[in-house]
Design a protein around this ligand. Structure first.
Ligand SMILES: Cc1ncc(COP(=O)(O)O)c(C=O)c1O
Length: 390
């Protein structure tokens, strides 16, 4: 079937995090799309409602098969049921990984992240009283790169135990290549640093780029005992309100340790609707995903063309995955809060880059996963804000 992503659906007064305004502000911020979910997903929820019993639920073989087939068919990732654990979310899993790979105390608590980075990568480390070590991404020819020299120096200096990778990276949208992943893995192996790879944006990889699951590389390099990947159907299929995610690992001892800790925290199972939509999404959501990605690619072009034509001093980083575009707005101000406020005054909301670490100074992140008409009006307001019309 053909989905209509041009449809504007009123999300106000639904408890939506994105649409929290009392006025007519256009939200182009948090990573949530303004599109209806795929029909097979909605149908699967309806079937549960029609059945009428919402009792205790566990993952079925059919659900495991759906997860295994999706990852094998798309990425050649070879999983068995034993490799898969469930978690209420990728962010809760990031917190859990502190307990798995680090301890509190000197020389055992350092966690390295590359900024700018999705905020919980930093907050979860600090809230768990671990030492946060930052290695900034390098911008080369308008693209972020891992600074391997700096990463190695910091690993040694701070006795880093855990490296939190974001692949595809948020913000900036880099899809790390096989050779980049190999180099990183080699480095972590050399210094016995565990790697946790957040791959939640994997299925939103854009044309011309190839997503490689880190576990695949880790297995080939004999380092699977120190690698975990975290992913979810929620970002791919725009069902974040459902909550639910997976943890993948290949090593039996490591899986046992994670599972035990999950049971201790009582965080090992999902709700009935999460299991239900996870299965229907991976079994039958492919058609919707293909269409939404085409729509997103078109919106990315619209945004890039608009900004080049109207606000050429904004430096735009073209994403390789997802629908979030990273903008260097330093030509339009020298204060993060003032930049954000200027946009809010023009009734459009973007994410302030400084929330992703100091590398995000004077940057903004814009979400283009919305009906084209909304995006165009939102862009007009960005122009109004920065051209001084408001
Ligand atoms: C890189 C990354 N990880 C995790 C999440 C959120 O994951 P969850 O809702 O499963 O906690 C997001 C949401 O935007 C994200 O961008």
């Amino acid at each position: 079937m053909q989905y209509n992503f041009d449809e504007i659906i009123d999300r106000r007064d639904t408890g939506s995090v994105k649409w929290h305004y009392s006025d007519d502000t256009i939200p182009l911020w948090v990573a949530d799309m303004d599109f209806k979910a795929a029909l097979p997903i909605l149908d699967s929820v309806q079937r549960v409602v029609d059945h009428g019993i919402l009792g205790y639920t566990k993952p079925t073989d059919a659900l495991y098969d759906a997860i295994i087939n999706w990852h094998s068919n798309r990425y050649g990732l070879d999983l068995t049921q034993d490799n898969i654990l469930f978690s209420p979310g990728v962010v809760p899993s990031l917190a859990l990984m502190m307990q798995i790979f680090t301890e509190t105390g000197d020389a055992v608590d350092a966690v390295l992240v590359n900024d700018p980075i999705y905020t919980p990568f930093m907050t979860k480390v600090k809230q768990n009283k671990r030492t946060l070590v930052m290695s900034a991404l390098k911008e080369v020819d308008g693209k972020y790169q891992l600074d391997l020299k700096d990463i190695e120096a910091k690993i040694v200096e701070h006795k880093v135990k855990l490296y939190l990778l974001c692949n595809p990276h948020n913000p900036g949208g880099r899809v790390w290549t096989l050779s980049e992943l190999k180099a990183l893995l080699k480095l972590c192996k050399k210094h016995n640093v565990a790697i946790v790879s957040d791959e939640i944006h994997q299925d939103l990889t854009l044309s011309g780029h190839t997503f490689t699951p880190l576990l695949e590389v880790a297995e080939a390099e004999g380092y699977a005992h120190n690698v975990v990947s975290l992913t979810s159907m929620t970002k791919t299929f725009n069902i974040a309100g459902i909550k639910g995610s997976m943890i993948f690992a290949k090593n039996e001892t490591l899986l046992k340790k994670i599972s035990q800790q999950q049971h201790l925290n009582d965080e090992y199972e999902l709700n009935l609707f999460a299991y239900t939509v996870m299965q229907s999404a991976y079994e039958k959501g492919g058609e919707w995903l293909e269409q939404v990605l085409a729509y997103i690619e078109k919106n990315i072009e619209i945004a890039i063309d608009f900004l080049a034509g109207h606000l050429p001093d904004i430096k735009v980083m073209r994403p390789e995955a997802s629908y979030l575009i990273w903008l260097d707005c330093s030509a339009y101000g020298d204060n993060d809060q003032a930049l954000y406020d200027k946009l809010r005054a023009a009734k459009v909301e973007l994410n302030s880059g400084i929330k992703y670490g100091s590398e995000g100074h004077l940057k903004m992140r814009i979400n283009v996963a919305c009906p084209e008409a909304l995006l165009r009006e939102g862009l007009n307001r960005v122009y109004a804000a920065f051209s001084g019309e408001v």
